[in-house]
Design a protein around this ligand. Structure first.
Ligand code: UD1
Ligand code: UDP
Length: 360
């Protein structure tokens, strides 16, 4: 029996890391298919190296374009590969275009489909990822849900596939990476002291499509001129700074250290040593929570509702006044519950489930 994981974007690679290792140690034949959605070294290859993943078995080389372009090209290029390699089960991860394309292709090729990180909902229709999640879940035969809330969301939608509660992969990923990250040199390279700076990322399509939000971000930087802000810039965001004609104003913010996106080990080093993180990422909200770093989320909602408990995560939208207020607010002293994301055995649970699925 052969399994193929379809991945293509940064958050897919992070989740693939532990799953590939567990499948391999269970003796399961596992192929990695990279769609090519992300292709810059620091958006793709560095994750294969940081997670000690082998090179992808198949690379579809799709690259950038509209969502329709990406979905269409991935499906078209993937179909024959899945058939030629006689794949019995396809695994997809999270909520990217590569996830949905992999799911549609598996379904149309009559191949069983498993969705890792199933059941998350922000209930925000302005997020392209929300439709990717819903559609992928409804196409899936096996749904691996990371939280109890995710299981309940799927029940509410009367999902047809079989739902398994697995816990979330981030617990074991963070457990392992937080110690490896102690050897990262990124703080020295950037001349940063631990707990002396804020970390910031922004890339969501709905946040980067409006010049107004970039002005809000710049006003945040200007209002926080006494804080060092470390800003690894996603290529989409860099492109939009340029096309809105705002790159010069960003470069004038001397408190902001802009850098290319960094690999996972360096990113976790930056995150665990930061005072607070300001982000619109999904994964970073969870990682901050697990590392005990207060998170300010530049969104109006979140699919990771567990992180909101005890004010470890505050939702501000891209609103400079709210962000600045949240930065200045005291660090929460409430207890937080690590166990909401499971016990750190998720990749093992998934590979045991996969073994039993393919042996029936
Ligand atoms: C994608 C996912 C999003 C995820 C994010 C993680 C979808 C719909 N969105 O968004 O859920 O949070 O990845 O980072 O799948 N680009 C480069 N080099 C690259 C990759 C992208 O320059 O290696 C630029 C291109 O100009 C491209 C733009 O970034 O058009 C957006 O890339 P795309 O993959 O379409 O979406 P992301 O914003 O990365
Ligand atoms: N990340 C990284 N380097 C960076 C920014 C993010 O390694 O410069 C990691 C981050 O820790 C997270 C993953 O990339 O686990 C995906 O984050 P992203 O914000 O790109 O996607 P999302 O989780 O919002 O889909």
């Amino acid at each position: 029996m052969k399994i193929a994981s379809i991945v293509g974007a940064r958050p897919n690679f992070v989740k693939l890391g532990p799953v590939h290792k567990s499948l391999k140690s269970s003796g399961i034949k596992h192929l990695i298919v990279h769609t090519g959605q992300h292709y810059d070294y620091e958006m793709s290859d560095i994750f294969f190296s940081d997670f000690e993943l082998p090179n992808p078995d198949i690379h579809l080389g799709v690259g950038s374009g509209s969502s329709c372009f990406q979905l269409g090209e991935i499906i078209k290029r993937l179909e024959n590969k899945l058939i030629d390699k006689q794949i019995d089960l396809v695994l997809v991860y999270g909520d990217t275009n590569s996830t949905l394309a992999g799911a549609i292709c598996a379904n149309k090729c009559n191949i069983k489909l498993g969705h890792i990180e199933a059941g998350l909902r922000s209930y925000d229709p302005s997020m392209p990822e929300e439709y990717n999640r819903i559609l992928t879940d409804h196409l899936s035969n096996y749904l691996f849900a990371p939280t109890r809330n995710a299981v309940n969301n799927l029940k509410k939608e009367k999902i047809r596939g079989k739902v398994y509660y697995t816990g979330d992969l981030s617990v074991e990923i963070i457990d392992k990476t937080r110690s490896i990250s102690k050897n990262s040199e990124i703080l020295d390279i950037l001349n940063l002291q631990s707990k002396s700076y804020l970390l910031l990322t922004m890339h969501r399509a709905e946040n980067t499509s409006s010049r107004y939000f970039f002005i809000q971000l710049l006003e945040t930087f200007e209002a926080l001129k006494d804080n060092i802000i470390v800003f690894p810039i996603h290529p989409r965001t860099k492109k939009m700074f340029e096309s809105f004609g705002l790159l010069d104003r960003l470069l004038k913010c001397s408190n902001v250290k802009t850098l290319l996106p960094v690999g996972y080990i360096d990113f976790i080093a930056l995150l665990q040593n930061s005072l607070k993180v300001i982000t619109d990422s999904g994964g970073i909200q969870k990682e901050a929570y697990l590392l005990n770093v207060p998170c300010i989320t530049m969104r109006k909602n979140t699919e990771w509702v567990e992180t909101i408990e005890g004010h470890w995560n505050v939702l501000t939208g891209v609103d400079s006044k709210k962000i600045v207020k949240a930065v200045r607010r005291q660090t929460p002293n409430s207890k937080y519950s690590e166990s909401v994301f499971g016990n750190g055995r998720t990749s093992r649970v998934i590979s045991e489930l996969v073994s039993s699925i393919i042996s029936h």
